[in-house]
Structure formats: structure tokens, C-alpha cells
Design a binder for this molecule. Structure first.
Ligand code: FES
Length: 136
């Protein structure tokens, strides 16, 4: 298990205060314990992921566009209400939590296949592969 900050700083705890001479810098560290292979509109890359936070947050913190341009303005901010953070799971479904009842209701209402998940309701505990912005 390793911890990294966006600046590349290595540490051992979250929320470490780093003081330099006269200024104080608060850094939030992200635990990296698995990875996600992302196919974002044909651009495939692997990103580190923290199993303590949801998939949406892992994607956004690693610069992955979860939403289309219009959806960026209309999404619910990760509350599981809009259904716009859909991802298609292409591998590693067994490394994800089960759909929550609310997620299941919303995705069934949209007619989504069982491999479609709401990134904001999905926790991962192992490597997974996904496609962003899938068509339903
Ligand atoms: S961000 Fe709205 S359902 Fe995930």
C-alpha cells in the first residue's frame, strides 16, 4: 500500500500538514491500493485508485472525464440521483460492490445492462476496467 499526493509527495497519513519556513501547506494524500483501466472515448489509460472512495471520485481526481460537456452542468455531484456518471464495466465486476437499491432502481428504469454502474455508487477493491460515457 502506498500513499501519493497529486504533487508526487510520498507520505504515510492523510491530511498531513507540511510546514515550510513561514508558510503552511495542507496536503491531502490519496491511498493507492488498486488500479482502474479506463477507456475514455477510445483513449485508454490506467489510473491509481483508492478503495476507500467511490469510483467517480477516483476518476475525477485522476483527470478522467466522467461526464459529457452538458452533463457537467446537470449532474447531481455524486449523490446517486441523476444517473449521469454511468460507466460500463468491461472487466473486474467481481471487484465491485453490489448495486445499491437506489442505483439498481435508477439503472433498471433506464434499461441499462447489468454491467452498467453509477460511478458515484461504486466502490472497488481490486483492478477493474471500465468505459466512460456508455450509450444505453
Ligand atoms: S453523479 Fe449523479 S448519479 Fe452519480
Amino acid at each position: 500500500m502506498a500513499f501519493v499526493a497529486s504533487s508526487g509527495f510520498l507520505g504515510s497519513k492523510r491530511g498531513v500538514n507540511v510546514k515550510r519556513s513561514t508558510c503552511s501547506l495542507r496536503m491531502t494524500l490519496t491511498r493507492v491500493d488498486t488500479n482502474v483501466t479506463v477507456n475514455d472515448s477510445g483513449n485508454v489509460k490506467s489510473i491509481p485508485a483508492d478503495s476507500d472512495v467511490d469510483l467517480r471520485r477516483n476518476l475525477l481526481e485522476n483527470g478522467v472525464d466522467v461526464y459529457t460537456l452538458g452533463q457537467k452542468l446537470m449532474n447531481c455531484g455524486g449523490n446517486g440521483a441523476c444517473g449521469l456518471c454511468r460507466v460500463k464495466v468491461t472487466a473486474g465486476l467481481e471487484n465491485m460492490n453490489e448495486r445499491t437499491p437506489k442505483e439498481d432502481f435508477l439503472l433498471n428504469k433506464m434499461g441499462a445492462d447489468s454491467n452498467i454502474r453509477l460511478a458515484c455508487r461504486t466502490m472497488i477493491d481490486g483492478p477493474v476496467s471500465i468505459e466512460t460515457k456508455p450509450k444505453i
